[in-house]
Design a protein around this ligand. Structure first.
Ligand code: A3P
Length: 321
C-alpha cells in the first residue's frame, strides 16, 4: 500500500543515496536535515514537505515517538468531537471505542504521504486533526507560514528512551532477540534514535512555543499525568474549542479523561487484538503508561548518563524534562 522508493522521483533517489545510514537501529535510520529518520519513512517525509498545504484551521499534534502520542491523539479527538457524541446514546458508538486513535488522527509522513505522493486532504472534516513526528525545522513550509496550531507533547527522556527500547524490541524480526539496553542507550546519547537527537526535537518546539505562543503549545506527558483536568482545559482553549460553563460544571472533562485513560483504551478489543494501517498491532502502543517506569529497566548510573547529556543540551533553554 505504500509508495516504493523506486517509484519516487529521481531527486528523491539521489537524496536518499547521499544520506548517512545507521543500520544498527531497527528499523534503520538516515540522517536528513540534522535528524535521524526511519529510512522507510523518508519518501513520506519528502512528499509531505513538498506537497502538504496547511489550512489556517489545521491542528497538528507533534511528538517525539513514544512520548504519549496515542493518548494525545485520543484526547484531542474526543475534545473536538464532543458535541457529536455528547448524549449517552451516541457515547456507545464513539469512534474511540472501535478505532485506535492513530487511525482517527492520521500521521502526515507516516501514513498519508507514504501512501500517496500528494493525497487530497481537502475533504477531511474541519478543523483537520493531523499528526507528525517531524522536527520543527523540517515541517513543510506551509505549516511554518500558516497560522495553524501545533500541540507538542514532550516526555521525560528516560521514560521516552525505555518506552522506545521496548517498542524497538517488539518490532524486531522473530528470533533476533532483544537489543541490549546499554547498546541502545549509547546510540540515544549520541543522538541516534528515531527522529532524534531527542533534545533537538524538544528544543525546536520549546523555542517555537516561547516565540509564538499562539501557534505552538508545549505540554509534557508528566504535566498531563499530574493534572489531567487542567491540561484538558488548556488543550481545549488552545485549539479553539474551550469548555463552556456548563461543560466545566458537568462531567465533560471527566468523560474525556475516562474515555482516553490508559486502562480504558488498552482494554478495548480494537486495541487488544486490532492492527493499524501499517500492520502493526495496536497493543504495542499500550505498555505501562506510567511516569518513572525507567527505574525498572535502567540503573541509577544509566539514568544519570541520560540526564547528563540532556541537561547539558537543554542548558539555558529554561526547559527541564
Ligand atoms: P510506556 O512504554 O512508558 O508505557 P506513543 O503513543 O507516542 O507511541 O507513546 C507510547 C507511550 O504512551 C507508552 O508508554 C504507552 O504505554 C503510553 N500510553 C499509551 N496510551 C496511553 C494513555 N491512554 N494514557 C497514558 N499513557 C499512554
Amino acid at each position: 500500500r505504500y509508495l516504493r522508493d523506486d517509484d519516487m522521483p529521481q531527486a528523491f533517489q539521489d537524496l536518499l543515496s547521499s544520506l548517512p545510514l545507521e543500520e544498527d537501529w531497527f528499523p534503520s535510520l538516515r540522517l536528513y536535515q540534522g535528524f535521524w529518520f526511519p529510512s522507510s519513512l523518508l519518501s513520506g517525509i519528502f512528499n509531505c514537505q513538498n506537497h502538504f498545504q496547511a489550512y489556517l484551521s489545521d491542528i497538528l499534534l507533534v511528538t517525539n515517538p513514544k512520548s504519549g502520542t496515542t493518548w494525545l491523539k485520543a484526547i484531542l479527538f474526543a475534545l473536538l468531537n464532543r458535541a457529536k457524541y455528547s448524549n449517552s446514546d451516541s457515547q456507545g458508538c464513539h469512534p474511540l471505542l472501535t478505532q485506535n486513535s492513530h487511525e482517527l488522527v492520521p500521521y502526515l509522513e507516516h501514513k498519508l504521504y507514504l501512501e500517496q505522493e500528494n493525497p487530497d486532504l481537502s475533504a477531511l472534516a474541519s478543523p483537520r486533526l493531523l499528526a507528525t513526528h517531524l522536527p520543527y525545522s523540517s515541517l513543510p513550509q506551509s505549516v511554518s507560514d500558516s497560522k495553524c496550531k501545533l500541540v507538542y507533547l514532550g516526555r521525560n527522556p528516560k521514560d521516552t528512551f525505555v518506552s522506545m527500547w521496548h517498542f524497538t524490541n517488539k518490532l524486531r524480526p522473530e528470533g533476533k532477540g532483544q537489543i541490549p539496553i546499554q547498546e541502545c542507550l549509547n546510540r540515544f546519547c549520541r543522538g541516534v534514535s528515531p527522529y532524534g537527537p531527542y533534545w533537538d526535537h524538544v528544543l525546536g518546539y520549546h523555542k517555537a512555543s516561547l516565540e509564538k505562543p499562539e501557534k505552538v503549545l508545549f505540554v509534557t506527558y508528566e504535566q498531563m499525568k499530574l493534572d489531567p483536568r487542567a491540561h484538558v482545559r488548556r488543550l481545549a482553549n488552545f485549539v479553539g474549542c474551550p469548555l463552556n460553563e456548563e461543560e466545566l460544571r458537568d462531567e465533560t472533562v471527566e468523560g474525556v479523561l475516562r474515555m482516553c485513560s490508559f486502562d480504558n483504551l488498552s482494554s478495548l478489543e480494537v486495541n487488544k487484538s486490532g492492527k493499524l494501517w501499517n500492520g502493526l498491532e495496536s497493543k504495542l502502543f499500550f505498555r505501562r503508561g506510567e511516569v518513572g517506569d525507567w527505574v525498572n529497566y535502567m540503573s541509577a548510573e544509566m539514568g544519570e548518563r541520560i540526564d547528563g547529556v540532556v541537561d547539558e543540551k537543554l542548558h539555558g533553554s529554561g526547559l527541564k524534562l
